[in-house]
Design a protein around this ligand. Structure first.
Ligand SMILES: Cc1cc2nc3c(=O)[nH]c(=O)nc-3n(C[C@H](O)[C@H](O)[C@H](O)COP(=O)(O)O)c2cc1C
Length: 326
């Protein structure tokens, strides 16, 4: 039987299939189910700053309302009590399972990231994923300034904790490889490519805005595949690919492109947790057929650096491919 063990952020995983942050990892029971289904690791449902901020801790009508002191006091209450359920779950998951438990936080204001990070480390999380997204709407803010925000979040969190830290980012950067190298210089331990977002939509009857959400489709895997392949050889940390991963074929392709693991969510909502076992079994079968004993025997074999025809990763408008449909 081939050995499917791999790494993410330096953590040892029994296989590359990680259950991504979602409702599938939001409670101790669900985390135990993921482990029983064969997951290599789990990323807990993100702790969202906005959700904490929306909680009423019973001080809103106090004399401090609207003052700066109130903001400060309120934020500390959130930190003390709002995230307690989360840290309790980390402790319980660590006690009840043996797979790596990766916490995940999503903050809007830079100042609170390090405080949450310290809390999840103290609770015993094996690692921390930072789910960062900023929509560029400020006409005076150039891409350097926007990227500085990511560096600042990463550096301040890395200063405060010693467990490994990953960034989960979206695909919209003008020079992603440069950004990824800069992350490495700030001691990033893993990069998750890419987060998938809800999208704004317009109701044409009501003439109102609404938010659209759907599970991913398999065709979306092409985007993380391309960028994993373009960057994996040059980065000092692990890449974990996500979005559109549905089958063992997808997992194998992403490993060949240089990812060391994948994260899945949509397929598990659609097909149940049994899809984890199918992906791992398909990977083992393929490795046996190809004579690979370990993931490192083929990881990155078809990345941009190693591929015989790397231009496939560069050209976005292959005329001969388009012509087939014209
Ligand atoms: C119902 C649902 C809830 C999610 N919640 C989170 C979350 O809290 N934090 C996060 O970083 N990603 C969240 N995600 C994104 C997933 O972790 C994953 O990155 C994304 O869905 C792409 O993977 P997929 O194509 O396998 O669904 C969520 C996805 C789904 C479907």
């Amino acid at each position: 039987m081939p050995n499917t063990s791999t790494t993410f952020m330096g953590l040892q995983l029994r296989n590359p299939v990680i259950v991504g942050s979602s409702g599938l990892t939001r409670s101790l029971e669900k985390v135990k189910e993921c482990e029983a289904a064969g997951a290599g690791a789990v990323v807990l449902k993100s702790l969202f700053e906005e959700v904490l901020a929306a909680k009423d801790f019973g001080v809103k009508d106090s004399v401090m309302d609207h003052s700066e002191a109130y903001d400060y006091y309120f934020a500390h209450l959130e930190l003390l009590y709002g995230s307690k359920d989360y840290t309790d779950m980390i402790k319980a998951a660590k006690a009840a399972t043996t797979i790596p438990i990766i916490a995940s936080i999503n903050c809007v204001s830079t100042k609170w990231w390090p405080d949450f990070a310290v809390q999840v480390e103290s609770a015993g999380a094996d690692a921390l994923g930072l789910n960062v997204f900023t929509t560029a709407t400020d006409l005076t803010m150039d891409s350097n300034k926007l990227e500085e925000l990511y560096y600042e979040i990463l550096s301040t969190v890395k200063e405060k904790i010693s467990i490994p830290v990953a960034l989960k980012i979206g695909p919209w950067f003008s020079a992603l490889p440069h950004l990824a190298v800069e992350f490495g210089q700030r001691k990033l331990d893993g990069l998750v490519l890419f987060n998938r977002f809800t999208q704004p939509d317009i109701d044409i009857n009501e003439m109102k805005l609404k938010t659209g959400f759907s599970f991913s489709s398999e065709s979306e895997v092409a985007l993380p595949l391309r960028w994993t392949a373009l960057m994996s050889h040059y980065l000092p940390y692990d890449i974990c690919a996500t979005t559109g991963v549905k089958t063992s074929e997808n997992v194998i392709k992403l490993l060949l492109a240089g990812a060391s693991s994948v994260q899945v969510a949509s397929v598990l909502y659609e097909q149940g947790l049994g899809a984890i076992g199918e992906m791992v079994a398909g990977l083992e079968k393929w490795m046996s057929e190809k004579g690979f004993e370990n993931i490192n025997d083929f990881k990155g074999k078809l990345n941009f650096h190693n591929a015989a025809v790397p231009s496939h990763y560069l050209r976005a408008q292959f005329m001969e491919k388009i012509a087939e449909y014209e």
